[in-house]
Design a protein around this ligand. Structure first.
Ligand SMILES: [Zn+2]
Length: 441
């Protein structure tokens, strides 16, 4: 009886999310209509992106943003009322629905023009509030990187030069992308239950310069996702962001998450498992975990990751392998840059800095090359919480994993279980949550 009540609430949640996607075009990261789906015609474009990766047609029509705001508020109230008397065995699922209906409601209000401070926005959407980082931590990151890099000139000059030196020539992009995707697929399969034929087809093509890749979904069923990923030849790929992008977006990152959610949806029939919405706490887990899982592939050891980058990426791209020595330090610098971007977007959102001031801050610490700071912030209005839900989320997830799963084998098991689970992000942040093993509902 009560499961059907919850399924009914969850279906209203999914319908509202789909309707909201008309006003929030990058929100739906994944959506499964039923137990399987297959593309049956070639009437699609490889030159623009649709989200989800196929046309959902009428499912997103029928409600104005005002309707969504009021219906989401009602849903939130109804689920909160149910939660007060929910039986113990439903607590985790009910808490997930309480949080996610609230996040839907907040996101809809923001789209309708409501304003709130940055920290409140990230707490309401992701259950995360990133602590502030002092400017002197950024100054130290810049200085340390400058010291570690070879050659002459200021730290800023050395960093700008290094970015050029680790840039992958376009004629090698396809080969490197395929090899990286293949090795991360193999490493993921070694640690998790993932089908052999799940590796996306890797292509390269000319796309608008700011776009990293374009995906085309051809089908899915229980444990199979048939994806094509087109990497942009015009994007300035460096060794670190190519590795990060492939591992994060494909395996062991989002593709594994989508697969495990689809399995969970089919195993349980719970509608909320059929969607992955960008502006939610479960997705902040997925973003943070997709980043942490990259280092898990190298036993959380940046030296091992450097060896891989040197032998596979530097070698495959025809780059100077001697430069790979500084990659561990470079990854630490990139992490500091992520926090710099978080401060820039927070101060921009809160009206403390103008876009020009925030851009100048990013360039001052070489988190962006000269003249590109403002450009980075252009996407800020659509996804202002990005760096809280990715960079800070990674550190929240990493701290939780290191605390509750001390060995690498335990971390892989934890990651796989959590991908198919409907937990609360609050329980990850305060380290109180333990998942049930997959297959027990
Ligand atoms: Zn992501």
């Amino acid at each position: 009886m009560s499961e059907s009540v919850l399924n009914n609430y969850a279906q209203i949640y999914v319908d509202l999310l789909l309707n909201k996607s008309r006003y929030d075009q990058w929100d739906m990261n994944w959506f499964t209509e039923g137990p399987f789906w297959r593309r049956t015609s070639m009437k699609f474009s490889r030159t623009y992106k649709t989200i989800p990766d196929y046309e959902i047609g009428n499912l997103k029509h029928g409600k104005s943003l005002t309707d969504i705001v009021s219906d989401a508020a009602q849903l939130e109230k109804d689920i909160a009322a149910y939660a007060r008397t929910a039986p113990q065995e439903e607590k985790v699922r009910v808490q997930y629905l309480v949080e996610h209906s609230h996040q839907l409601s907040v996101r809809a209000r923001l789209l309708a023009g409501e304003q709130m401070p940055y920290d409140e926005m990230t707490r309401e959407l992701y259950c995360l509030v990133a602590p502030r980082r002092e400017e002197r931590a950024f100054a130290r990151a810049l200085e340390d990187m400058g010291t570690a890099l070879p050659g002459v000139g200021s730290a800023a000059e050395k960093i700008a030069r290094f970015r050029q030196q680790i840039r992958i020539p376009r004629e090698h992009l396809l080969r490197v992308c395929r090899e990286v995707a293949r090795t991360f697929h193999d490493m993921s399969r070694q640690h998790m239950d993932i089908a052999e034929n799940n590796m996306p087809r890797i292509r390269v093509r000319e796309l608008p310069g700011s776009m990293q890749f374009l995906s085309v979904l051809f089908g899915y069923d229980y444990d199979r996702i048939e994806y094509e990923r087109n990497f942009n030849l015009n994007y300035p790929w460096t060794v670190d962001n190519l590795v990060e992008c492939i591992a994060h977006e494909c395996e062991p990152g989002h593709l594994v998450y989508f697969e495990k959610r689809t399995k969970a949806f089919i195993d349980t029939g719970w509608p909320e498992m059929s969607v992955v919405s960008q502006h939610t706490a479960s997705n902040a887990f997925s973003e943070g975990a997709a980043r942490h899982a990259i280092t898990m592939c190298f036993d959380n050891d940046l030296e091992k990751m450097r060896d891989y980058e040197r032998e596979v990426v530097f070698a495959g791209a025809g780059l100077d392998k001697g430069l790979a020595e500084v990659m561990p330090q470079w990854h630490r610098f990139c992490e500091a840059a992520g926090y710099g971007k978080l401060e820039a977007t927070r101060n921009l959102w809160d009206g403390v800095w103008t876009k020009e001031e925030a851009g100048a801050f990013l360039e001052r610490y070489s988190f962006n090359d000269l003249g590109t700071g403002v450009e980075t912030l252009e996407r800020a209005p659509d996804d202002a919480g990005h760096f809280a839900a990715h960079d800070y989320a990674r550190d929240v997830v990493r701290a939780y994993f290191n605390d509750v799963a001390p060995t690498i084998a335990e971390q892989w098991k934890l990651y796989e279980d959590l991908c198919g689970d409907d937990f609360s992000m609050a329980g990850i942040a305060d380290h109180s949550y333990r998942p049930l093993p997959l297959g027990i509902w």
